[in-house]
Design a protein around this ligand. Structure first.
Ligand code: 5GP
Ligand code: ZN
Length: 119
C-alpha cells in the first residue's frame, strides 16, 4: 500500500538503518544521503521516508511530502554551495528513464557544468 514500508525496498532499508548510507540531512519526513555512484561532485538522493514508487505516486498520494523533498533538496544545495552556481533536481521515472530503485527519490546534482538537454 502506498506509504507503507516495504520489506524488500533498498531505500526503506536505508530509512530503517538496515543498509548504511552517508546521511546529509534528516527531518521527520525526509532523508538525504550521498549517492553510492556519484555522477557529479554533489550527488545527493533526497527521499521521503515513507514508501511511494515514484514522483507521480508521491505527488498524488502525499503532496506535502513533495514540498518537503524539494525544500530539503534546496537546503542541501545551499549547504554544498551549489546554489550559487546552479544545480539540477531529477526524478527518473520508469525503467526506460533510468529508474532502478522504485522508492521515490530526487537526485540533487551540482558542482559541475550540467548540459541541457540531459541524456
Ligand atoms: P535511479 O536510477 O532509480 O534514478 O536512482 C537510484 C540511485 O541509487 C542510483 O543513482 C544509484 O547509484 C543509487 N544507489 C543504488 N544503491 C545504492 C546504495 O546502496 N546506497 C546509496 N547511497 N545509493 C545507492
Ligand atoms: Zn521504499
Amino acid at each position: 500500500m502506498a506509504g507503507e514500508p516495504q520489506a524488500d525496498c533498498l531505500f526503506c532499508k536505508i530509512v530503517r538503518g538496515e543498509v548504511p548510507a552517508t546521511l546529509v540531512r534528516e527531518t521527520e519526513t525526509v532523508l538525504a544521503f550521498r549517492d553510492i555512484n556519484p555522477q557529479a561532485p554533489t550527488h545527493v538522493l533526497v527521499i521521503p521516508k515513507a514508501h511511494y514508487r515514484d514522483a507521480a505516486d508521491l505527488a498524488s498520494s502525499a503532496p506535502q511530502l513533495v514540498a518537503d523533498v524539494l525544500r530539503e533538496a534546496g537546503e542541501v544545495a545551499a549547504e554544498e554551495k551549489t546554489d550559487s552556481t546552479g544545480y539540477r533536481i531529477v526524478f527518473n521515472t520508469g525503467a526506460g528513464a533510468g529508474q532502478t530503485v522504485f522508492h521515490a527519490h530526487a537526485h540533487l546534482l551540482g558542482g559541475r557544468g550540467l548540459e541541457w538537454p540531459p541524456g
